[in-house]
Design a protein around this ligand. Structure first.
Ligand SMILES: [Zn+2]
Length: 128
């Protein structure tokens, strides 16, 4: 790929990431407001309310993780290291970056990291 095309591509990806970061931040703010809001729960609606809150807490954790990934990707762009795997230093697959512009690991390393973290905490993995 020509250098100019590469710069153009990176500019587009940066715009996508910045846009995504804004969306995630707005959603986080919204969710946190919901969590802070005083709730007046009818006794028979208590379970649903608790379920909503648990779902929200999980979503907040996922979004916070995503925000971190986005920021890491933006930082690596500034350093001119965008698209380079943080673990093995190989270029991240172009198709992977199309789907997940905030990826900081190549597919191999991502799978390896997920495998290791699954072993440590058997939790449901959210696939963003
Ligand atoms: Zn890698």
């Amino acid at each position: 790929m020509a250098k100019k095309e590469l710069v153009e591509k990176e500019k587009r990806e940066k715009a996508v990431l910045e846009n995504e970061r804004q969306n995630v931040e707005e959603e986080l703010e919204h969710l946190r407001e919901f969590m802070l809001a005083e709730v007046d729960v009818e006794p028979d609606e208590g379970d649903a309310e608790i379920f909503e809150r648990e779902k929200n807490a999980a979503l907040i954790a996922v979004l916070e993780g995503k925000l971190k990934d986005i920021e890491a990707a933006l930082r690596s762009m500034e350093k001119g290291r965008y698209g380079i795997c943080e673990r093995c230093e190989q270029p991240i697959e172009a198709e992977r970056l199309e789907v997940k512009p905030d990826a900081t690991l190549c597919l191999n390393c991502q799978q390896e990291v997920e495998r290791l973290s699954r072993r440590n905490r058997p939790q449901r993995q959210f696939n963003w």
